[in-house]
Design a protein around this ligand. Structure first.
Ligand code: SF4
Ligand code: SF4
Length: 385
């Protein structure tokens, strides 16, 4: 690994949202109070130290920033107001940009013009697709599938899913290379298989998040973890319905209330609406430690989420009220918001952390198991000498 020092690293992290990082005098209080740090993973101090001494290549290999779930305890107890929690957040954005080989994540995180301009560009592209490829507008009743033929939209969803998967998976491959591959750690194939359950388990449960929310009592105990879990469940459900089952979901038939098509859609809508509004409200109030500082990406994501959900509700309402033109126009607006949110946020922006966190836990487990096994092998060789 290249061990050259980069004196600009601190300045670079500030562009990604780190504040007060230069004030840190390495006392270690933050690591002592962190509910997720350990002897091997002594963040956030270790991350700040690497940034201060410019160990750029070393920082690229770190999984620690993904193991922090941003409770803010470290920032609340720092005697120098060095905001270590913000540094961890900035390090996650910075790492996202390092994994992304297209360079788009770096542009989005460091330039509002790039981020907002890209959203507008993708929206205009969707508008043009409707101008040129939509079907006729039936005006005596709502015929959404005539205006926007479901099979055509469904093929578009598959192209979208393939696009997202390609960029996200290739970025994860780079994460693997930076954190494990280039250090030439020998990991037996059996370890990859036996530890794979952690990837799925942590993606589904986000269990580590629970430890980050220990001071609350009663109903509010684990509230952050619960809200986050609900939001992700709604997002994943909606994504699965749209990409996998669109002909069942986008139909001109009005199903009865007890039909799964309706309550699954309502469940996803309610949790997305609640989750998006809650994030935005907390950021506006700035009451909690973790909401005192907001990067532009912290605003753009909940705003897109709320607008997507609100426009989806409007399409649904206009369809039930049998208002054809209102249904068609809001449907186009809905896709003009939804598509850039998926195309830009999932592989290059805030949503990518949903993939990077469980992969970091998996890669951490691979490294630990490989280290354990090499100790056993070394011990066995020593005893035969
Ligand atoms: S960030 Fe604050 S608490 Fe942590 S090591 Fe630096 S000065 Fe100490
Ligand atoms: S924000 Fe919480 S989990 Fe993250 S480093 Fe600070 S104390 Fe640890």
């Amino acid at each position: 690994m290249n061990s050259r020092v980069d004196p600009n690293l601190l300045h670079e992290l500030k562009k990604y949202g780190a504040v007060g990082i230069e004030k840190c005098f390495n006392c270690g209080n933050c690591t002592a109070v962190c509910p997720l740090a350990s002897n091997e993973y002594n963040f956030p101090r270790s991350v700040i130290r690497r940034a201060q001494v410019g160990q750029k290549e070393n920082l690229k290999a770190q999984l620690d920033p993904w193991l922090c779930y941003y409770c803010g305890d470290c920032s609340a107890t720092c005697p120098k107001d060095a905001e270590p929690g913000e540094t961890m957040m900035a390090a996650r954005r910075w790492l996202t940009a390092q994994y992304d080989w297209t360079g788009l994540a770096r542009k989005f995180y460091t330039s509002k013009v790039w981020e907002i301009g890209s959203i507008v560009l993708v929206s205009i592209l969707i508008l043009f697709m409707f101008v040129f490829f939509s079907g006729p507008m039936t005006t005596d009743h709502v015929a959404l599938n005539t205006f926007a033929p479901v099979q055509r939209i469904h093929y578009g969803d598959w192209v979208l899913a393939a696009f997202l998967s390609f960029f996200l998976l290739s970025n994860i491959a780079r994460m693997y290379w930076l954190s494990i591959g280039r250090s030439r750690i020998k990991i037996p194939l059996s370890v990859y298989v036996t530890e794979a359950w952690k990837l799925i388990y942590h993606f589904v449960t986000q269990k580590q998040f629970e430890k980050c929310d220990e001071e609350h009592k009663g109903f509010f105990k684990k509230a952050r973890w619960r809200n986050h879990w609900l939001l992700v469940s709604g997002y994943v459900l909606m994504f699965a319905l749209v990409v996998g089952f669109l002909p069942w979901f986008q139909t001109d038939n009005i199903y009865p209330l007890w039909h799964p098509q309706r309550w699954l859609g309502y469940y996803a809508t309610i949790v997305l609406l609640y989750g998006g509004a809650e994030i935005l409200w907390q950021r506006i109030r700035k009451e909690n430690q973790i909401h005192r500082f907001s990067h532009p990406s912290d605003w753009i994501f909940p705003i897109l989420l709320l607008l997507t959900t609100a426009s989806g509700i409007m399409v649904h309402t206009f369809r039930y009220l049998d208002l054809p033109l209102a249904t068609y126009y809001t449907y186009v607006i809905h896709l003009m918001i939804l598509t850039p949110m998926l195309v830009l946020e999932v592989p290059f922006g805030k949503w990518s952390h949903l993939a990077y966190r469980p992969f970091a836990i998996y890669f951490q487990a691979l490294r630990e198991k490989a280290a354990d096994q090499s100790k056993v092998t070394a011990g066995a060789l020593a005893s035969t000498d």
